[in-house]
Design a protein around this ligand. Structure first.
Ligand code: 2PG
Length: 232
């Protein structure tokens, strides 16, 4: 039996400030580091050790992974960083306060932007400093690969090919894999793994620093799924 653990990063500075974040590269708060440490300790207590780890190219996920692996004494682990595991791009909402945006546009509209399956937020202008074309970490990508906004559906369109082409071959050849990522890139993976329809995935929320375990057979069929804290 294989184990796949999905771990959302600990609280970030913009989570704390209640700002739309997406691809903006904001770090963890002290609380976020503590959440990452607690997640690592929880995995340690349950005897989890990994053969490989994946994360995004955003420091809140990378640092959560580092802290978790440090707790497991597995800092030596091979790690693959992939932009495809980034948070969904929040478009022109990036940096805005979520409560103030709800006051301006209405709670219903903001809920549609945040949780509808296929309605993306308004797109970023190309000259916005938040546009990924200005960020050297994406210099190797084609212009059409760089999002100016993303719905969950569009996020899935880049997460799923990466899952199939990169993660599945790795997972097929090992026992235990850790993915440290983001609320919406993890929701995209969950939609695929649990075969949820577009309606059901809207209700799925992912907490920070809360390891979610999938037990899989050799063909990567899901045998069981649980939050590790439920078994603590
Ligand atoms: O701001 C973001 O990038 C995400 C995750 O914090 O927010 P939401 O909860 O709206 O998906």
């Amino acid at each position: 039996m294989k184990k796949l653990v999905l771990l959302r990063h600990g609280q970030s500075i913009w989570n704390q400030e209640n700002r739309f974040t997406g691809w903006h590269d904001v770090d963890l708060t002290d609380k976020g580091r503590e959440e990452a440490r607690a997640a690592g300790q929880l995995m340690l207590r349950h005897g989890l050790r990994f053969d490989h780890a994946y994360t995004s190219v955003l420091k809140r996920a990378i640092r959560t992974l580092w802290i978790g692996l440090d707790e497991l004494d597995q800092m030596w682990l091979p790690v693959t960083k992939a932009w495809q595991l980034n948070e969904r791009h929040y478009g022109a909402l990036t940096g805005l306060n979520k409560a103030e945006t709800a006051e301006e546009y209405g709670a219903e509209q903001v809920h549609i932007w945040r949780r509808s399956y296929d309605t993306p937020p308004p797109a970023l202008e190309e000259d916005s400093p938040y546009h990924p074309k200005h960020d050297p970490r994406y210099a190797g990508l084609q212009p059409e690969q760089l999002p100016a906004t993303e719905s969950l559906a569009l996020t899935l369109e880049r997460v799923l090919p990466y899952w199939n082409e990169a993660i599945v071959p790795t997972l097929s050849g090992c026992d235990n894999l850790l993915i440290a990522a983001h609320g919406n890139s993890i929701r995209a993976l969950i939609k695929h793994l649990d075969q949820l329809d577009n309606e059901s995935i809207m209700k799925v929320e992912i907490a920070t620093g809360d390891p979610l375990v999938y037990e899989l057979d050799d063909a990567l069929n899901v045998l069981d799924k649980y939050y590790l804290r439920e078994r603590d």
